[in-house]
Ligand binder design. Sequence first.
Ligand code: ADP
Ligand code: MG
Length: 695
Amino acid sequence: MLEYDISYLKGVGPARGTLLGRELSIHTYGDLLEFFPFRYVDRSVITPIDQLSDESQFVVLKGVLRNMQTLKTSAHSERMTVTLYDGTGVIDLVWFQGIKWVKSKLHNNVEYLVMGHPSVYNGGWQMAHPDIEPYNYTENRHQYTPVYSTTEKLKSVGLNPKGISRLVETLLEMLGENIPETLPSYILHKFKLVSRLQSLHNIHFPTSPEALSQAIERQKFEELFFLQLDFQYRRTIRGLHSQGHVFQVVGEHFNRFYAEKIPFELTGAQKRVIKEIRTDMHSGRQMNRLLQGDVGSGKTLVALMSMLIALDNGCQACLMAPTEILATQHYQTFQKMLDGLGIVTELLTGSLKPSQKRDIKKRLAEGKVDILIGTHALIEDTVNFKELGLVVIDEQHRFGVQQRAKLWAKNTVPPHILVMTATPIPRTLAMTLYGDLECSIIDELPPGRQPVRTVHATDSKRLALFAFMQQQIAQGRQVYVVYPLINESESLDLKDLMDGYDSISRSFPQPQYQLSIVHGKMPAEAKAYEMDRFKRGETHIMISTTVIEVGVDVPNATVMVIENAERFGLSQLHQLRGRVGRGGGQSYCILMTKSNLSKNAAERIKTMCETTDGFRIAEADLRLRGPGDIQGLQQSGILNLKMADIVSDESLVVATRQCVADILASDPELTSEQNLLLRHYIDRQSKKPSWDKIS
Ligand code: ADP
Ligand code: MG
């Protein structure tokens, strides 16, 4: 019955049915059943009008209506006001839309309950588009009344919050006991959860505060549980059925590189992670591994050594980077590190000549190129490998899921995949978002690195800042100055950058000082040229937009000045700061902002000054922005969570993840009797489009 069209429900009909679908995505009985109240109002708590204050949020008022009037505000619009009087004071209730309907329902001198947000207008109290209904003592005794969100259009056909709640009531009465359970009973028992029937009844019409919180707990559990089941089931099945290259040996390439080419000792974390990767690639299953590590923790080296294992086993490897600058830099690093080992490395980017591209592709298909590095040019259909064994994707958050899927398909035996990210993902998020990836973490920086010292300054300190930059340059160091980039096409951003460049050139005159400038509007060769000059130490200051954000490595740079830092998100600030502090010298990050900051911006700046720990920053970021803004979440399903919150419900995330892991460990294909409901769920899911085989 839950899949019935909502129009069939008593009190809906075709017109309202269509509107419910369009405005609130309620198409079926089931959709309405899962359309949860966004708030519960305790109607026994009525605020007297003379107790309203600027801080009043959502309030419940009770009084009689007086003086209803409609004003024409223009040829096509009107406004309706009516005064509510409760014996202590008055407040004007105002409507701009749906006036006809409101007018037909309201009557002077009758007692009403009014709910909404009060505000001050022309020195008096006002409430726009309140929820209003006749006061009825018996009905209003319920302590918790659900409030459903609705829209003006729905209100104009009688579906205000109260109207929707009536529909839900009708539906629940009609369904009776016919609300099927979705979780196996042993799980309900183990986690002391109420039934789905009980939970849904109490979410809509709580019988007591305790019943409500149990209902919500059950709902949250269910959401997180099935999210985990989705991810983990897919991973399990992939493990059971999808074969990967078996890299049997660690051979000459790896060993010679290890013995001859690394000028330093690997950190403990690097050794551990390389071992994890080797084990994966040896297992016979296709590797899907996420490598997390703060900027500068040495992920690139780990990637390179993993690629050498692929080569040792007769395969090719490729590395995909998000920008041309970064791809080029990786290419240069690889060439330097692999010098003399007889390994053929090529760089494939969009700016090569067609003939050069053709040549590389030809040799690639013949197996004459061992390692291919590039941007998303790598995923074009014309790029074919002879035997691709390992794909490394750097800075994963820039790549869409679809793009990754294309790489997967490049070989008959799917290549092993290593996704590297320098944007640490909070634990709870990683657990949900990457439930289907194995995760390796480099949690140790190479020795001798001092944490970057971070300070916050405003424009009044600019002279002091310039003096400090001069002093660092005098010690042979280099400086970055970064401007925010809201939108590459906005000439305003470019103007900020150019103004900054002018002012810096005045204080840092040639020939004593050499400046580089890089921004998105420049041709790729010009960018690369400027980057190279800076890398070689020929210029002292690199003035740029955020094109340098990811991965650029100039160990001699010790100062990072971020202009308009309040306009950057936390993870971006952290990425930028990671450009310095890479060479062993004390490094500095200066966050320049305007003087009056929003609360949120002030919090971001404070976090940056307090910690350099990427994971702490990621947690703060998630807290400040909410998961909705974090890239990659759109397709993750996390945004479809109705009740659960991956930040505040961390312990439930952990519990459900473990619970699902245990279930799949003993019944990987969910064939046992007790897991029948889960089997049904998976079967239903598999009819929907899926992201299988992607990450
Ligand atoms: P990431 O990609 O994680 O940001 P990189 O791989 O670019 O970091 O490494 C940053 C710098 O640290 C590079 O110059 C690299 O050569 C150096 N490095 C990597 N591993 C070590 C190590 N174990 N000891 C010393 N320096 C290292
Ligand atoms: Mg890197």
